[in-house]
Write a protein that binds this ligand. Sequence first.
Ligand code: GDP
Ligand code: MG
Length: 380
Amino acid sequence: RKNMMVHQLAEAANVKPELIVEAADILGRKVYFSTVLTDFGFLCEIVKKLGLRRKLEGGGKTFEKTLLADKDECRSPKPHDMSSFPHRPPIITIMGHVDHGKTTLLDYLRKTTVAEKEAGGITQKIGAFSVKLNEEKNITFLDTPGHAAFTAMRQRGAQLTDIVVLVVAADDGIMEQTEESIRMANESKVPIIVAINKCDSKNAKPEKVIKQLVHHNLEPEKAGGKTQVIQISAKTGMGISNLVESILLEAEMMDLRADPSARVEGVIVESNKSKTHGPVGSVVVQQGILKRGMWLTAGTAFARVKFITDENNKQMSEASPGAAVNIVGWKSLPPVGEIMLQVNTEFRAKEVTQYRSKLQSMEQLDEDWKKISKIRQKEK
Ligand code: GDP
Ligand code: MG
């Protein structure tokens, strides 16, 4: 077929016909779904030459000037010397092979250490929770499936996890997803603490697991290596206080600190629509003190912080670095894994997020154009 109608081309390229109409329009040509395209290769060339991006940005200059010169929407560089800032809780991701006991361990930690929910309170899946050990010491656990969360965050350049707790079932040993978890943690340079789980089981062979760990460069400290390896049972609770201590020890060595006076930054770890509150985003705060009334952006979503709640839906006046909280006040669902950044004004929040939406649709257009060009080439 040499000549195609707009809608046929759209169908062949698996794009919306409106997109082609829109693109043609940008180039000053009016087409309809039934317009026959005789010179589409030419059209593709023109689009490339003119630069679709600049056209779509409405002259380009305004956006670049107002947005890219001002760094509101960029992560602030971390100072080299953090030693003057206060400590923050470590943020832990539990990873490991399916059925090795990740959920059971999280449940145990939550049940024994997190205060009971208030009667009648709405349970909001928060994606993270804090274990409070005393006035000073807290540990924040990410509750999202390890792999998915890790991947989503890495794609967006967010590094949230300080320590990976690798769960290995004592009756099963190192499996495919255990190896994948080790690889992911190593690639992100996140230290691993190994929890050999199911040590209550009569089929448990922790010594065998330890031998396997050595082959993966996770030699236990007791054997002269560098890795903390703890034997636990997520079912009975055996060894879990040792695990918690190991996490605190590791965190202490890492000397984790954050600047409370900086512009608020964090990562979205969960988001869902609440019937009463609209879109709710769970975040882990990484720096700054999150307060009511602040303007936030996360990808193409923005919020005015209406209120902040903890994992028990108790309202909080503010949240410090390392805390996991729910934020009510989002105008749309903030994407999971997205970096959350504070901006100064509503105007700015809108400007930044609209700009990002535009970039997104441009990227989509680019992708679609590539598809179209390919099809055209095949047809020649
Ligand atoms: P996940 O897929 O890693 O989240 O694993 P789950 O937490 O869902 O656990 C898988 C199965 O192992 C469940 O039937 C648990 O009851 C069981 N399990 C988890 N931890 C232990 C443990 O410490 N001891 C024993 N005996 N069983 C456990
Ligand atoms: Mg699970």
